[in-house]
Design a protein around this ligand. Structure first.
Ligand SMILES: C[S@@+](CC[C@H](N)C(=O)[O-])C[C@H]1O[C@@H](n2cnc3c(N)ncnc32)[C@H](O)[C@@H]1O
Length: 135
């Protein structure tokens, strides 16, 4: 018999609600200690999508310029971004298995917004304004 631990997708510690920027963000539903799992999931690689224009997809290679984009399961699409020192999560991508794991990089309290530094923040056209804000 399968158990919840067998699930390819687990976003049970995360909820999505309105954020401070006029969109939606990801927030912790429980306290999560530094190093613990925040969310895990799978992705599907997209065709006919340019992530330079579309901010809701993941960069799915280490190649620059990247041409492989993917949509992620669970709440993964909704994590907003910030500077490294303010981030409280980190996403590790497994390109071979089309999966990801997001872990806590700080002790997180229930209700805290979950943020990570987008891998492509510096070079994707659609994130230009986010970089401008930091100048
Ligand atoms: C992957 S989506 C994150 C979810 C998004 N907030 C939503 O409502 O769907 C990326 C977009 O979220 C917004 N975003 C992410 N981080 C932000 C920040 N620090 N300040 C303002 N907007 C942010 C930008 O519009 C960005 O293009």
């Amino acid at each position: 018999m399968s158990t919840p631990a067998d699930s390819l997708v687990d976003c049970s510690r995360v909820m999505v609600k309105n954020d401070a920027y006029g969109g939606a963000g990801a927030f912790a539903t429980v306290d999560i200690a530094n190093g613990e799992l925040v969310e895990k999931g799978i992705v599907r690689v997209l065709t006919n999508c340019d992530g330079n224009e579309n901010p809701y997809v993941f960069t799915w290679s280490d190649v620059i310029p990247n041409v492989t984009w993917a949509c992620g399961s669970g709440c993964s699409t909704f994590y907003n971004t910030c500077e490294e020192e303010s981030s409280n999560t980190h996403m590790v991508r497994d390109f071979a298995n089309n999966s990801f794991v997001i872990t806590a990089t700080k002790d997180i309290k229930a209700g805290d917004e979950l943020m990570h530094v987008y891998k492509s923040k510096k070079w994707r056209t659609c994130f230009g304004e986010l970089n401008e804000e930091k100048k």
